[in-house]
Design a protein around this ligand. Structure first.
Ligand code: SF4
Length: 336
């Protein structure tokens, strides 16, 4: 199976007045085609920064400080400032015009909050026309609008609503519009950032189902960013648990839910309510992640970890193979 995405030692830093905060810290990751990877962890663990780095859209004052991001492209892509050849391309080497061509067409990103991502002055139809014509200027407005209508219809929105403005849609419908805009150019890799966070459980379930159908229909590879492990249980093939900018555990969904290895992953799972187990005692993780501007030596989870040992306070645990077939970064497992 080919890797759709390969990340090597990616580091993203934010320059703040107090110093440099390393939001993504030497991450390595391979994502096979047609699989869905869930990125999970507490707020501020680096999951959205990692997603944005893959789009080369790290917000100011952040920047990719080191590492490579390889995307597999299945056709030569023409670009005014240098055609992009098919095959594995390191997007950290591309110029901004080449990235502009890739965004939407090869990699698409669905942002967290549709209300701030959609332009309130434009109809939904205009959003589709702009998105399609920016990448395919040969398509006229009428044809672009028809394509937008077809995508909306596939997501359960009446095509005639292309003349409506974002504020005329409910939260769930706006999220569907965002998914439609992300899908309309048929990207190979779709990154979705908290796609259902502000929605009620019924709309959430509908949207997750529609995303799963789209994934199947278009052979998509997906990254789903969420703090909600319940969402990942329904949608992801694999889950990467992030803490302080690092991946601390990577495993298949089944294996992560059945036998999480890392103490942080174990604690996260214990904090998820389960309607099938009404007697389950929910736990919370005491303390807070350390300051990224002034990181502590050793394992960043040590101050909150009930299993911490002396070595944890001085040596960073490397990410090595776990007994369950995944990867884990914890000295409890010998730090392979
Ligand atoms: S390395 Fe040590 S402190 Fe970190 S999670 Fe493992 S046991 Fe806990």
């Amino acid at each position: 199976m080919t890797d759709a995405l390969r990340i090597q030692d990616l580091t993203v830093e934010y320059k703040t007045r107090r110093g440099v905060a390393r939001a993504v810290d030497r991450i390595r990751l391979n994502l096979e085609e047609n699989r869905t990877l869930g990125l999970a962890g507490e707020s501020g663990c680096g999951k959205s920064t990692l997603g944005r780095a893959i789009m080369r859209l790290v917000p100011h004052p952040g920047q990719i400080a080191d590492g490579n991001i390889y995307i597999n492209i299945d056709e030569d892509i023409p670009c005014k400032k240098g055609d992009i050849p098919k095959g594995e391309v390191d997007i950290t080497e591309l110029n901004e015009e080449q990235m502009r061509v890739l965004r939407g067409k090869v990699i698409a990103y669905i942002f967290q909050d549709p209300m701030t991502s959609l332009n309130p002055m434009l109809t939904i139809g205009s959003h589709f026309v702009q998105m399609i014509r920016a990448h395919n200027p040969e398509i006229d407005k009428k044809e672009a609008l028809e394509r937008g209508k077809a995508v909306l219809e596939g997501l359960g929105i009446l095509p005639e609503r292309v003349t409506d403005y974002p504020h005329q849609f409910s939260g769930g419908m706006r999220q569907r519009v965002m998914i439609g805009l992300g899908m309309v150019l048929r990207p190979r890799l779709l990154i979705s950032d908290e796609p259902t966070t502000s929605l009620d459980v019924i709309v959430e379930a509908q949207i997750l189902e529609q995303m799963a159908e789209l994934k199947k229909e278009f052979n998509l590879t997906m990254i789903l960013i969420t703090h909600n492990l319940g969402v990942l249980a329904q949608t992801a093939d694999d889950i990467a648990i992030m803490y302080c900018g690092r991946i601390v555990e990577l495993a298949s969904v089944e294996s992560l839910f059945e036998s999480p290895q890392h103490p942080y992953a174990q604690a996260l799972l214990l904090s998820v309510p389960d309607v099938t187990k009404p007697d389950k005692k929910l736990v919370w993780i005491p303390g807070a992640p350390p300051d990224l501007v002034d990181p502590i030596p050793g394992c960043m989870f040590a101050p909150r970890c009930p299993m911490a040992m002396d070595i944890c306070k001085t040596q960073v645990p490397p990410l090595g193979e776990s007994e369950s077939g995944g990867l884990v970064a914890c000295h409890l497992y010998g730090g392979q």
